[in-house]
Each structure stands twice: as structure tokens, then as C-alpha cells.
Design a protein around this ligand. Sequence first.
Ligand code: SAM
Ligand code: SF4
Length: 337
Amino acid sequence: MSNAPRLIDPFARAITYLRVSVTDRCDFRCVYCMAEHMTFLPKKELLTLEELDRMCSTFIGLGVEKLRITGGEPLMRRGIMTFFNNMSRHLDSGALKELTLTTNGSQLDRFATDLYAAGVRRVNVSLDTLDTDKFARVTRWGRLDQVLRGIDAAREAGLRIKINTVALKGFNEDELFDLTEWCAREAMDLTFIEVMPMGDLGNEDRIGQYWSLKDLRGDLAMRYTLTDLTERTGGPARYVRLEETRQKIGFITPLTHNFCESCNRVRMTCTGDLFMCLGQEDNASLRDVMRAHPEDDGPLIAAIEEAISHKPKGHDFDYSRQRADGQVSRHMSHTGG
Ligand code: SAM
Ligand code: SF4
């Protein structure tokens, strides 16, 4: 049974997609995402697994059909499989159409089979390079072989994989075709993400520079025939098909505005703050409302509906509401990317 969407924003967009960060912690320290020495949130600030369940179930009751679990590194959250197992009841009932996650892949070896058993069918794995040394440099603490083992385990478990690659000029520019061909061979989709300016990471050793996806696309077109696909997901991704390999390539340019009219999503941080738009700071704290009413979901539902009624028309990364340099002060590891 599916729920009719009940969360309709002021621009008549139905909110059917929730991305939830379940932890701010991570076993990697990717240079564009985190500082090497991070101060993480105290445990009591985080939603417990039971609270995450209650929160997600409430959204599903309000018509959310797609749930993406992210972080930090979601598979580093202790007990996270209990949460996935419990969410599968909403898949069984038909209210939830898709339960998925974005991961750095380091723990997939351990969890792939259980994720499949919980009803997960697709996983996004972030991977910027196929070179062992470069991988260690960009993730600081990661090991490529562990991630590749995780990807293998996931495929063996029956999970479909999409690789997400942050485009970094002077870093993985020279791997464009290798990454593309690797994904084609392994039957994985591939999406490139334009790097967002997260300027407060204190990274003097900044690896890679801004590489516009327009340029990247031009580079791909030197080798392949690109056909634009009309497919839209309500998010910032655009897709092309490479005729030679028949594979689908996605481009995510989070700074562009051209998807806002079809935006169907909201994001929740691991502390229960609901962000209506990736590009704006406006948020609603749902945790305290939920904690204040342990037996009654009414006030939580009212707070969610109130928040959605403020969902902005579009984001304005490069305009006045952000800091003057266009940066968002939040880390991706906080809102979940
Ligand atoms: N740890 C998981 C992972 O890496 O897939 C999930 C969380 S991570 C914050 C989600 C996505 O955000 C990853 O694909 C990562 O590459 C991307 N990301 C992080 N910082 C970014 C930035 N400054 N610009 C663009 N993408 C970024
Ligand atoms: Fe961790 Fe993902 Fe951020 Fe890398 S991008 S530091 S894996 S949260």
C-alpha cells in the first residue's frame, strides 16, 4: 500500500524523498569533506536508533517513498543494521519504495549480505580514484583494496552499485577514461559530482581543484558519443548515455539551480535538524519536539508540516544568502551530501 503524499510545499512540490544522516563520524577524512582532526558531536546530541526509526517512520507515514541513509559514514554507526532491518517493514508494507544508502564502501564487505536481506537493492559508493596511493591521499585514512573488496562483496550479494566520483582537476582528470571503462566493464553506473566549496576545513594540502562538469563532459565527448537522457530524479543529476559502451553517466552539479522546480527531497542531519534545501541554512529542529512528546507523534508531524511550508523555491549558492564567498558553512558530513 502506498501513502498519498501529504507533504506538499508552497510551490506544489510533493516531498517524497528523505535523506538521513545517521552519524557525523567517518573512518575516512576525505580532503574536500573533513579536516584531518575533527571534533565530532557528543553522543547525546545524536538521534538514537529508536529515534531515527520513529522519525523516518513518521516521514514515511506522510508519504515519503524513498529513504537514503548517509553520513558521515553510515555503516560506522553502531547497530545500524538494526535500523535497516526495522525499516524493511515499510518496504514489506509497500509504503516505502526504496531503501538505499551512500557509503564510502569500507564496511560493505561486512554488511552487504545483511543489507540485501533488509531489502536494500542499490548502493552508491563514493570512489574518486583507482590508484592506491592517490586513494590514500584523497581519503587520508582509507585503503583502496578494502573498498574494492566491499564493492565485490556488494555485487555478489546482489546489490546494484553506482559509483560517485568527485571531479578534481589535476587529481583524477587523468583517470576519466579508466574510471568510465572500469564501470562499464563491471556494469556499474557512474556519476560525477562537481566539488562544492567547503572552505573551512583547514586543508592547506588541498588536493585537486574545481573541475567543471561542463569541461569533464567535453573531455568525455572526445572519446565517446554522448546522448542526453531525459531521465530526471528530482535532484541535481543529469544523465547521458555513452553509445559505445551503452552505459549511463550522471553529472551532479550541486551549485546549479536548474533542478529546483522538481525538487522532491529534504535532508535530515544526525541531530534531527531538517534542511529543506541543500543550498540554504534554513532548518527546523525536530529532535526536541520528538523528545518532548514520547507517546504522541502529533506535535512532530505538525513540526514537519510547518517546516515543509517554508521550503524555499530554490537555492542560492552563488547569491546573497550564503557567505560572501558562496560557501556553505555546514560540512557535507553533517548534512549527508
Ligand atoms: N561517507 C559516505 C560517502 O562518502 O559516500 C556518505 C557521506 S558523503 C558526505 C556523501 C557524498 O558527498 C560523497 O559522495 C562525497 O564524495 C560527497 N562530498 C563530500 N564533500 C563534498 C564536497 N565538498 N563537494 C562535493 N561532494 C562532496
Ligand atoms: Fe567520510 Fe564520506 Fe566525508 Fe569521505 S566523503 S570523509 S567517506 S563522510
